[in-house]
Ligand binder design. Sequence first.
Ligand code: C2O
Ligand code: CU
Ligand code: CU
Length: 499
Amino acid sequence: MKIHRRNFLLGTAALASSLSGLSKMTMANVPLRPLPILPLTNLIKDFDDRVVLKLLRSTHDFGNGIASKTLGINRSYLGPLLRVKKGHTLPLNVFNDIGEISTLHWHGLHIPGAVDGGPHQQIETGDTWSPDLEIEQRASLNWFHSHAHGKTAKQVYKGLTGVMLVEDDESLSADLPHTYGVDDFTIILQDKTFNEFGFLSYNLTENSIDEGLIGETLVVNGTIAPVMQMVPKGLIRLRILNASNANYYKLSLAHGTLNVIASDGGFLASTVQTDDLLMSPGERYEILVDMKKIQNNQLIVEHELPELGGIRGLIRELWTDGEIKIAALTLKTGDDYGFDGSIPNKLANLSVPNRTVASRVRSFQLQQYTGVDLAALALASDNFCGNGNAMKINGRSMNMQRIDETVNKGDTEIWRVSVDDWRHPFHIHGCSFRILSQEGAQPPAYAQGWKDMVNVDGEKWSEVLVSFNHYAPKDTPYMYHCHILEHEDCGMMGQFTVT
Ligand code: C2O
Ligand code: CU
Ligand code: CU
């Protein structure tokens, strides 16, 4: 078994070496590409027809001048930003034109299993799926992505991802920056691999099945970082999604602390100031950057690099520790003045999670190592894990025909998760939860609000308190899984009903 690099998460050693290694930081002398602004589809106003999302095949230039083969949603890569409001119903036509089966899952939405878009709601190529989504939850940054069983990793990597911003009366009237593309930006972070000719490549190997696909190149809203955005003097709001297949991102600012105001499920109780923040795949965080008095600031992203074999790998490993730190997004102020409110203290009323209301405890052990030869699997895989049986939860790989857990609608439960090795971001469909403990300890303050992702690292239990308020019958069950997409495709996923 290969040795996993764990120093990224273990802290001190890695931190010290990355502080001393500022030369590792790619910053100066790199031409800054403009930050792409995701096209906004504002569905808060009235609209008559069903909203069309077309999954399509395309080519896309990530900024290196090369047209790579991609998938997109209404565009060449990624999808639009859908802005919807709590209390509204969103009628969608999802048309699949990618040449193979796909699905579109609404990650973070509290909606019934029948419209959840998981692996059971397959859309054949050439077909249209027409769910009506009743938006009942508080303001939050959610997202949508392919969940085609065994093909999720590749389809998401190629571009089948978009964001859905839910607003409510509180968020619309909050004293926060709110002008899209001016002081309010949605940022999708991903890492990619480009081959020697500059084409986007997706290549499953023993390593990229084992760790999930880690890319060497950070991409922001579909453009290779670093990118730059002019902003007015004032507060700037960044709504950030980690939509990587597998990589974790450690975020910080070049100047000042991060002011975290929201997590996956919406506003935190109050602003959390932190020097850095760790984002697993699937997580969302909103931060405020105070640009009143400074001319520029950078969002710094530290992430892992793919493992290289041989002497090249050894040299890079010595130089970088297998990690890279990049000033991904530069914000620069001009002469204009923008939102001049201050960073709020209190944001929302969140109760303290009360574990005694749970009616039962369920345990999930995520199993990365089951004896399957990942090198052989990679050779045989044709770049997707198929209905892989390489990874498991509680001794069983995902099986579309098997329901693993049955939950009573309206119940609140504690779900506790541990892993056999390494780190795995665990996700539950159709709900938000509160983290009671993470790896046996208190989660960081920024992870104490509403979440639908919990990072599980090591053998100590991570526990969440979760209520199930929507139906998911056995023909359209919900999923729970590791959000490292190669692990999910390899079987680290299970199904549950809510009835
Ligand atoms: Cu983001 Cu089951 O998915
Ligand atoms: Cu989900
Ligand atoms: Cu995993």
